[in-house]
Design a protein around this ligand. Structure first.
Ligand SMILES: *Cc1c(COP(=O)(O)O)cnc(C)c1O
Length: 381
């Protein structure tokens, strides 16, 4: 049965337990599984690094949401990325990453993978000619994020997929910011999707996790081999929390988008704000592309303050509902100063962000309270 997104989020992989009827998939807190004879496994499980039923349930749930055949879950988004890089790259290979890639991705590629002999180029993915020019004979992978962090720029996934196809390289999309509710990169031609499930998928700021999703059987088998071989697996309890969060993804994302739109409207006309970065704004450089590939425009909003760095830091200190913290995608609204917090490691690199920038992860509280909080905080500047 082909079902809608919200139905899949609640039921895919989450069937009642066949033994007890438990409506929620049990937390299989076990490291090993009894065998009925040497090598005679009861239900395919032998050791919990290799496989655990709570993890299998999460993997099936996430695959269904991205319209994919396979998913592998990991202990963090970075573990998912690292495992995918090890599956697709070898020393002397080259990868193209966005100029404003997630800071952790930049660090992984520019230090850990660089030490292993992998080379990279960082390009503006909205400039398709620059992307074509960056692809070398050794390039194996084009890495895309859209919307990006913290500038919320938009890349055209279908266009990048065509470029990748022509060049015989893979396109991977980090879909953390949009979540599968707003955007499904595999349907736009990407060959693999990565998530930090820590963010919107888990959705409650109570668990760190990651996932890789694909319909490519060979890649999926290699990911399973590396998931077991490298061992960066999530605990059964973390899988339970993530699955539990995913069940409400559709309703949460609608509310994140509603509240983000209200916040954008209030900030756009404010004299202390020099610009609002949000893909839903018609003035956004790639608004048309965002409208084509996304259901709505998400819960992340960035703003530049007319008063520069001082005003940006003061705003972060003055909100009462928005909590000053890194991370994003949870039910509670968060505010941060990327230049000094999430993106501090990019200072001096091409990925450095300007100091007048503040990033908001707009939560699902009452929209009135969020707008009022930002207005009272701006009034203190
Ligand atoms: C947080 C994040 C990651 C890394 O995920 P962790 O779960 O923190 O390891 C990767 N990509 C993006 C876009 C993120 O926001």
């Amino acid at each position: 049965m082909v079902t809608g997104f919200a139905t899949r989020a609640i039921h895919s992989g989450q069937e009642p337990d066949p033994l007890t009827g438990s409506v929620v998939v049990p937390v299989h807190a076990t490291s090993t599984f009894a065998q009925d004879g040497v090598g005679n496994l009861r239900s395919g499980y032998e050791y919990a690094r290799t496989g655990n039923p709570t993890r299998t349930a999460l993997e099936a749930q996430l695959a269904a949401l991205e319209g994919a055949r396979f998913c592998r879950a990991f202990a963090s988004g970075m573990a998912a990325e690292d495992t995918l890089f090890r599956a697709l790259l070898r020393p002397d290979d080259h990868v193209v990453i966005p100029i404003d890639a997630y800071g952790g991705t930049f660090r992984l590629v520019s230090t850990v993978l660089a030490d292993w002999g992998v080379r990279f180029s960082a390009v503006d993915l909205s400039d398709l000619d620059a992307v074509r020019a960056a692809i070398l004979p050794e390039t194996k992978l084009l890495w895309c994020e859209t919307p990006t962090n913290p500038l919320l720029s938009i890349a055209d996934v279908s266009a990048l997929a065509s470029i990748a196809d022509e060049a015989g390289v893979r396109l991977a999309v980090d879909n953390t910011f949009a979540s599968p509710y707003l955007q499904q990169p595999l349907s736009l031609g990407a060959s693999v999707v990565v998530h930090s499930t820590t963010k919107y998928l888990g959705g409650h700021s109570d668990v760190v996790g990651g996932a890789v999703v694909t319909s490519d059987e060979e890649l999926a088998a290699d990911l399973a081999r590396l998931q077991n071989g490298m061992g960066a697996v999530p605990s059964p309890f973390d899988c339970f929390l993530t699955s539990r969060g995913i069940k409400t993804l559709a309703v949460r994302m609608e509310r994140h988008c509603d509240n983000a739109e209200r916040v954008v409207e209030a900030l756009e006309s404010h004299s202390a704000v020099s610009s609002v970065l949000y893909p839903g704004l018609p003035a956004h450089a790639n608004h048309e592309v965002a409208a084509k590939q996304m259901r709505r425009f998400g819960g992340m909003v960035s703003v530049r303050l007319a008063g520069g760095e001082e005003a940006a830091r003061a705003l972060c200190a003055a909100t009462k509902v928005f909590i000053l913290a890194e991370s994003l995608g949870g039910v509670e609204s968060l505010i941060e100063h990327p230049g000094a917090m999430t993106h501090a490691s990019t200072v001096g690199s091409p990925l450095e962000v300007s100091a007048d920038l503040v990033r908001l992860s707009v939560g699902i509280e009452d929209g009135d309270d969020l707008v009022e909080d930002l207005l009272q905080a701006l009034a203190t500047l």
